[in-house]
Design a protein around this ligand. Structure first.
Ligand SMILES: [Zn+2]
Length: 543
């Protein structure tokens, strides 16, 4: 019997407690797998090459008895919840990054999510980060032992001739004893411990972006995965509370960056004004807390909608400045935007301005952001007005911004309306709502009853029961006829709206109780799993 209790997810990567018979271990892990699955060595037909033609694969289907369950991209998947699945030959997938990603998606889509994933003879200190990022959790020492036999000294940055053993690169017990095999195994265990730490902190992407630079195939795998937006988006949480480091060109293609831009273009409803000012970003987040944005806001004085032009997110409407990742990203600031960056971000602006018509668009920008705004204006045939061309925070520029808006009417400040449209895809009538609190910790009420608050970690809105009553559709999780005690578990869920992702605020509805809370899984996984928490409950109301 096996069981995998997932503790923490970070995209496809997981940490958790795995049980096989009487053995318990924390995943991800590497070990002598014979101790876990003693009969595996004697099992035949498990080693079918991944690139073998489908007809041949079907001819030599593995005999699946017991654990782990052998799976193959060309075969029907016999795996069930709680199984440990094994993908033989996965190390050969690195030879062709496109196949790696195609096979991975094929396998992930037909395998229950609450399964542990074993990649035999694949893990090295230099590739285990991307194996975990791809959703593998269990490894053995065969690949590092092979390196030992070949006389190679393994590190996370690659391998070297064994003569470097004892040269000071590493000081593990293997190095102290001059034992290459022990060093190589310890190097793998050390790297897995580091990967686990990054998963726990929801930062595995940062480690992968940094580690993969030394191996072209790994960079290609990361990029191909980013190109599979619907697949990646499904597995990512809607929001995190930590910093999103956008330190490489690949940040532009990152699913959470694309998702933000998609929602700004397709869901977000701007306030009722036909004047917009394009502003530069600030290093401090949310922008409103920066000195520069205080000055911009004073000069604008509510006479225009404020849109921040920024890389890699594209366009951040003022109302969304706290929402992940707008309130959380960190970029290296050079003032220089490269050609791809400009093209991608101009593309977002074009889509936005084609959807929303303005009478006046004033660019209060300089450098790369100004260039992008001009590119977008050219592409969609709109004329920009300029309140500055450099030094947007100078007195001269701020004065010009004030003057250019002379005669424009003050618009209603309606942060809640914009946020609801972005998060819940709904055009909320906010008439009669009041706000209190100290920015960014805000509370919204209607008729003196609290309806929403802002989660200062993620920047998302948290509806109360009365808040949910204002949102007639979406983000519902329907449960069986019971009263949840604590969190709602997967088996209790009957139905969940398809747009729900990990981290979304949801409304739990049952015959005997209602609850507010946060989804722990995307709806698809809630319905495909048999175990685990579906919704972290905040409040329960008995009916
Ligand atoms: Zn060592």
């Amino acid at each position: 019997m096996t069981r995998f209790n997932i503790k923490k997810r970070d995209g496809l990567a997981r940490t958790g407690m795995f049980q096989a018979g009487v053995t318990m271990l924390n995943l991800p892990a590497a070990l002598d797998v014979e101790t876990l699955f003693p009969e595996l060595d004697a099992r035949t037909g498990t080693n079918i090459p991944l690139c073998a033609p489908p007809a041949l694969v079907k001819q030599y289907s593995p005999l699946n008895e017991g654990q782990p369950v052998s799976i193959h991209p060309h075969l029907e998947n016999p795996a069930q919840s709680s199984d440990c699945v094994m993908v033989a030959d996965w190390h050969t997938a690195f030879l062709n990054p496109r196949n790696y990603v195609d096979w991975l998606i094929t396998l992930k889509e037909k395998t229950p999510v609450d399964t542990a994933w074993y990649a035999p003879a694949s893990a090295l200190p230099s590739n285990v980060h991307i194996l975990c990022y791809s959703g593998f959790d269990l490894f053995d020492f065969r690949a590092v032992d092979l390196k030992t036999a070949q006389g190679r000294f393994c590190t996370p940055e690659g391998d070297f001739p064994k003569e470097v053993l004892g040269g000071g690169i590493c000081t593990c017990t293997g190095c102290q004893k001059n034992e290459l095999k022990l060093h190589n195994r310890q190097a793998l265990l050390h790297e897995i411990a580091l990967v686990s730490r990054f998963i726990e902190e929801s930062r595995l992407r940062d480690l992968v972006e940094s580690r993969c630079r030394l191996d072209a195939a790994q960079v290609a795998i990361m990029r191909h995965l980013d190109n599979q937006y619907p697949f990646m988006e499904l597995h990512l949480p809607v929001a995190r509370s930590g910093v999103m480091r956008a330190n490489s060109g690949e940040s532009l293609q990152r699913a959470e960056v694309r998702k933000f831009a998609e929602r700004v273009v397709s869901r977000y409803i701007p306030p009722k004004t036909d004047v917009a000012v394009l502003l530069p970003c600030s290093a401090k987040k949310p922008y409103s807390l920066s000195q520069s944005h205080r000055k911009f806001q004073m000069a604008i004085a509510g006479r225009a909608q404020e849109l921040i032009v920024t890389s890699p997110l594209g366009l951040v409407p003022r109302e969304l400045e706290c929402v992940y990742p707008a309130g959380h990203y960190d970029v290296p600031v050079t003032g220089y935007w490269d050609a791809e960056e400009c093209a991608v971000i101009a593309g977002i602006l074009v889509r936005y301005f084609k959807r929303h018509a303005y009478r006046r668009i004033i660019a209060h920008l300089e450098g790369g952001a100004l260039k992008v705004a001009r590119m977008a204006a050219d592409q969609c045939g709109i004329t920009l007005e300029y309140s500055c061309l450099e030094h947007p925070t100078s007195d001269l520029a701020l004065n010009a911004l004030d003057c250019i808006l002379a005669g424009e009417r003050r618009m209603k400040d309606d942060r809640l309306h914009g946020m609801v449209s972005y998060q819940f895809d709904y055009d909320l009538d906010t008439k009669g709502t009041t706000v209190r609190g100290h920015f960014p910790e805000l509370f919204y009420s209607k008729n003196n009853v609290q309806v929403f608050s802002i989660d200062t970690g993620t920047g998302l809105l948290r509806p109360t029961f009365d808040g949910w009553n204002l949102l007639p559709k979406g983000y519902r999780v329907y449960i069986d006829d019971f009263i949840p005690e604590g969190d709602v578990l997967v088996p209790g869920v009957v139905r969940a709206d398809p747009e729900i992702r990990d981290g979304d605020e949801v409304f739990v509805i049952g015959a005997r109780a209602q609850a507010t809370g946060r989804a722990a899984l995307p709806s698809e996984e809630i319905l495909r799993s048999r175990r685990g928490v579906a919704v972290h409950v905040r409040k329960i109301k008995r009916l």
